[in-house]
Design a protein around this ligand. Structure first.
Ligand SMILES: *Cc1c(COP(=O)(O)O)cnc(C)c1O
Length: 421
């Protein structure tokens, strides 16, 4: 007798098989019988350097034998201090305070609470949060509130707070989205507290890309109207878009930056919300009622911090940027190869991420070919998880050219099999 496991984003009623993975190394997952599966989506966008990187494994082993967990309210430890020091080399100088939590969703909740707390303690009535259409910021109530509404959160709609939504800045319609942002920022009846965006690429919303120029302009509009600019780099951070953080490509220094997924190399949960001094100062006081009221039991868990320190060491000591550039070049060549196919549309690339739509006549997340594609890739031993008819690749940076090529081949087969022109 065993309890039944309820899996995330899984419709158990469809009776799909749930394969079991026994071990992993680099970009490869292995079943108990030895079958190799290529991890083409970095185990849900988290793994950066590949599975079981020896430096991260030994950092976790050593730290767990030394100090496993300690309350972080009023106490500290060496791995957290080391991480604060290390992150200073990766973040803009203006982001000089870091707050730890456990996941991307909580990093976003923390960012929203920091922003609201900032205006509250300054005595200004700014409460509205601005968001971009098609955004995804996590699955907790606050994170869902600032994300796109739809089938994913319909049942919880009564719990979600109202936000101001600007259009996604589609190519050639960018100005309209920027004008909407400016209009919200100027609204004196309901002055916004903050804008939260996924910089350069919207992940769960369908790998939708917009330009660094638009990102820069959005940040400038916010600055001009004192609206806080929150960058959710949970997915884009740690090299995904070709630079360590996506904001770098736009020369943008956000007021608050959220990171999680790749912070520990994607091995164990840890998140950081980095903030400018002004956010911290708004809470700094001799008055205990003004402290930042947020924590979780495992805030800054020492083992997770040690894994993050190992991640930083890998960035410093290994040719990570070269690996990223090789993937980007390979994606580009594959995109050229696909250019001629009539059943493919929306080919686009952002750093290590390549995305495309298979034309199937329907075309949204609930698209009927979604489950068929999932099955097809599973049967071909490639871990790909299309968003409806959108296929994307987001591999760990250690992936070999041969492994990339086998992913490309399987995608070509899928296009031949399911695409209509
Ligand atoms: C994945 C993701 C989150 C949520 O992170 P979790 O660790 O799954 O809670 C938030 N924002 C973005 C942009 C993400 O891609």
């Amino acid at each position: 007798m065993s309890l039944n496991i309820w899996h995330p984003f899984t419709q158990h009623g469809l009776g799909e098989p749930i394969p079991e993975i026994a071990r992993a190394e680099g970009a490869a997952l292995y079943k108990a019988d030895g079958t190799k599966i290529i991890d083409a989506i970095s185990s849900w966008w988290v793994q950066t350097h590949g599975h079981c990187h020896p430096k991260i494994v030994s950092a976790i082993q050593e730290q767990s034998a030394q100090l496993d967990q300690i309350i972080f309210a009023g106490w500290t430890h060496q791995p957290a201090r080391e991480l604060a020091e290390g992150l200073a080399d990766f973040l803009p100088r203006s982001l000089d305070h870091i707050f730890f939590s456990d996941s991307g969703s909580t990093a976003v909740e923390v960012a929203l609470k920091m922003a609201l707390g900032y205006w509250h303690h300054r005595g200004e009535a700014r409460q509205k949060i601005l968001v971009m259409e098609h955004s995804y910021h996590g699955d907790t109530i606050g994170a869902m509130s600032v994300g796109a509404r739809g089938v994913f959160n319909q049942a919880y709609a009564p719990l979600l707070f109202d936000v101001g939504t600007i259009d996604f800045p589609e190519a050639a319609a960018e100005q309209a989205a920027l004008d909407q942002l400016a209009a919200f920022c100027k609204d004196s009846d309901s002055p916004p507290a903050a804008l939260i965006v996924e910089p350069l690429i919207l992940g769960a919303g369908g790998m939708k890309i917009y330009s660094p120029a638009v990102l820069r302009e959005m940040a400038a509009i916010c600055r001009a109207h004192d609206v806080l600019f929150i960058a959710d780099e949970v997915m884009t951070g740690w090299g995904r878009t070709g630079t360590i953080f996506a904001c770098e490509q736009a020369g943008v220094e956000p007021d608050i930056l959220c990171m999680a997924k790749g912070l520990t190399g994607g091995v164990i949960p840890l998140a950081v919300t980095a903030a400018k001094d002004a956010l911290y100062q708004a809470h700094f006081s001799e008055d205990r009622a003004r402290m930042f009221f947020h924590s979780s039991s495992f805030t800054a868990n020492p083992i997770a911090c040690a894994a993050a320190n190992a991640n930083l060491a890998i960035w410093r000591d290994e040719p990570v940027q070269e690996r990223i550039d090789i993937i980007a070049a390979a994606h580009q060549a594959f995109a050229d190869r696909l250019q001629r196919r009539a059943s493919v549309s929306g080919l686009r690339q952002c750093g290590t991420i390549l995305a495309l739509e298979i034309n199937d006549g329907a075309g949204d997340y609930m698209s009927s070919i979604g489950p068929e594609l999932l099955r097809f890739f599973r049967d071909h031993n490639v871990l790909l998880r299309p968003l409806g008819n959108t296929i994307y690749i987001m591999p760990p940076y250690c992936i070999t050219c041969e492994e990339l090529e086998s992913i490309y081949r399987v995608i070509e087969e899928a296009i031949d099999r399911f695409g209509t022109s």
